[in-house]
Design a protein around this ligand. Structure first.
Ligand code: KG4
Ligand code: ZN
Length: 348
C-alpha cells in the first residue's frame, strides 16, 4: 500500500467533463468527455449546452476513470472539484456531483481554483513544483502571469490580459480565416507552412508608456482587429488571403509578447523556473520560443504535455492530492460554484 493519497478530481468549468484519478503525483486515469463539437457551429461555448452535456457525461466519465485506474470509488481518499472560475451552470454540475460523492463515500471535499489546477498538473509530468516558480496560464478564458510560492496556499497575480485572452484571440482569428472552432490547433497547423515574418502585426503593451504601466499585462484585442483589417483589405482588393502566412504572423505576434513578458517577469522576480499551462500552452511555436528566450536568461521551462494543458480532471485531482499531502483543511460541504472565484483563492 502506498501512503500517497488517492484523489478523484472533477472539472466542469467550461466544455470538458473531466474526471481524473491520481495517487500523489502519479496519474492513474484522465477521462475527458468534451462537448466541443456541439458548440462548434456557434463559434464559441454555449453555456446551457455545456451544462446539459456535463449532466449527461458525469456518471459515465466517473465510471470510465475508475475502470482505467482500476480503483473503486470506495478506495478514494478525497474528492476534489473545480469550484471556480468558469461558467456557473457548468461548475454547478461538477460541484453538486463532488458533494454527492463526498457525502455518499464519507470522504473530504476540496473545492479548488481552476487556474491553480492548471499549475499543479505539471507535477504529474515533471515531479514536485519548484518553489517559487513563475506560471504563465494561457487559455480560452485567461492569460495571466502568476508568482507561485506554494500552490496550495495561494498565488500572487503579477499581470493579466486587459481585454481578450490569448486563446480567445486564436479562436477569433481562426474564425476570420474560416478555420473551425476551437481555432488554436488549426492556426498552429496552418502556421507551419506559412511565414512568421510575412506580416508585421502589432505587439500590444510592449513599448513606451503602455509597457511602463502594463509591464506584465497583455492585450490581444488590437492584434485581433489588425488581423481583421488586413484580411478585409485583401478581400476588398479581390486578392486571395494567404491563410498560412496570416496564421504564422499572428501566432508569432502572440508568442513573441507572451514569452517576452513571461521571461521578463521571471527575471524581475529572481525566479529560475517558468511553468506554462492552459490550452494555449499546447502551441508548438510558444513552446519553442519560450525555451529559446528563457535559456538566454538561465530560466528553465516546464510545459505539461498537451493533453494535460487543456482542461481535464487530472489537474484538479493533482491539486487536491497536494492539498491532502500538505494537510490543508478540506472545504465545507456547502461551498458554492463561484463563477468569478479570484485567482488568489486556491481553496474554497
Ligand atoms: O485551457 P483550455 O482547454 O480551456 C479554457 O480554460 O479556456 O484552453 C482552450 C483554448 C482555446 O482557445 C484553444 O483555441 C486554445 O486553448 N488552444 C490552442 C492550441 N490548442 C488549444 N491555442 C494555440 N495553439 C494550440 N495548439
Ligand atoms: Zn482551463
Amino acid at each position: 500500500m502506498s501512503d500517497q493519497p488517492l484523489v478523484l478530481g472533477i472539472e466542469t468549468s467550461c466544455d470538458e467533463t473531466g474526471v481524473g484519478i491520481v495517487r500523489g503525483h502519479t496519474l492513474l486515469a484522465d477521462a475527458v468527455a468534451s462537448s466541443v463539437d456541439e458548440h462548434a457551429r456557434f463559434g464559441g461555448v454555449v453555456p446551457e449546452v455545456a451544462s446539459r452535456a456535463h449532466l449527461e457525461a458525469m456518471v459515465p466519465t466517473i465510471e470510465r476513470a475508475c475502470d482505467t485506474a482500476g480503483v473503486r470509488l470506495a478506495d478514494v481518499d478525497a474528492i476534489a472539484v473545480t469550484s471556480g472560475p468558469g461558467l456557473v451552470g457548468a461548475l454547478l454540475v461538477g460541484v453538486a456531483s463532488a458533494k454527492a460523492l463526498a457525502i455518499g463515500l464519507d470522504k473530504p471535499l476540496y473545492g479548488v481554483n481552476h487556474l491553480a489546477s492548471h499549475v499543479a498538473v505539471d507535477q504529474l509530468e515533471h515531479g514536485p513544483l519548484p518553489e517559487p516558480c513563475l506560471a504563465m496560464l494561457v487559455s480560452g478564458g485567461h492569460s495571466s502571469l502568476l508568482l507561485v510560492e506554494d500552490v496550495t496556499q495561494g498565488v500572487e497575480p503579477l499581470g493579466a490580459t486587459i481585454d481578450d485572452a490569448a486563446g480567445e484571440a486564436f479562436d477569433k482569428v481562426a474564425r476570420l480565416l474560416g478555420l473551425p472552432f476551437p481555432g488554436g490547433p488549426h492556426i498552429d497547423r496552418e502556421a507551419r507552412s506559412g511565414s512568421s515574418v510575412a506580416i508585421d502585426f502589432p505587439r500590444g503593451l510592449t513599448s513606451g508608456r503602455d509597457l511602463q504601466r502594463h509591464r506584465f499585462d497583455f492585450s490581444f484585442s488590437g492584434l485581433k482587429t489588425a488581423v481583421a483589417r488586413w484580411v478585409e483589405a485583401r478581400e476588398a482588393a479581390g486578392e486571395p488571403v494567404p491563410v498560412a502566412d496570416v496564421a504564422a504572423s499572428f501566432q508569432e505576434a502572440v508568442c513573441d509578447v507572451l514569452t517576452r513578458k513571461a521571461v521578463d517577469a521571471a527575471v524581475a522576480n529572481g525566479v529560475e523556473d517558468l511553468l506554462i499551462g492552459g490550452g494555449v500552452a499546447a502551441n508548438s511555436r510558444l513552446r519553442v520560443l519560450a525555451e529559446e528566450r528563457a535559456a538566454r536568461h538561465g530560466v528553465r521551462v516546464r510545459v505539461p504535455r498537451p493533453a494535460l494543458c487543456t482542461d481535464n480532471g487530472a489537474m484538479v485531482a493533482a491539486l487536491g492530492a497536494e492539498m491532502v499531502s500538505r494537510g490543508r483543511t478540506p472545504s465545507a460541504l456547502d461551498i458554492p460554484a463561484d463563477s468569478s472565484l479570484p485567482i488568489t483563492e486556491v481553496l474554497a
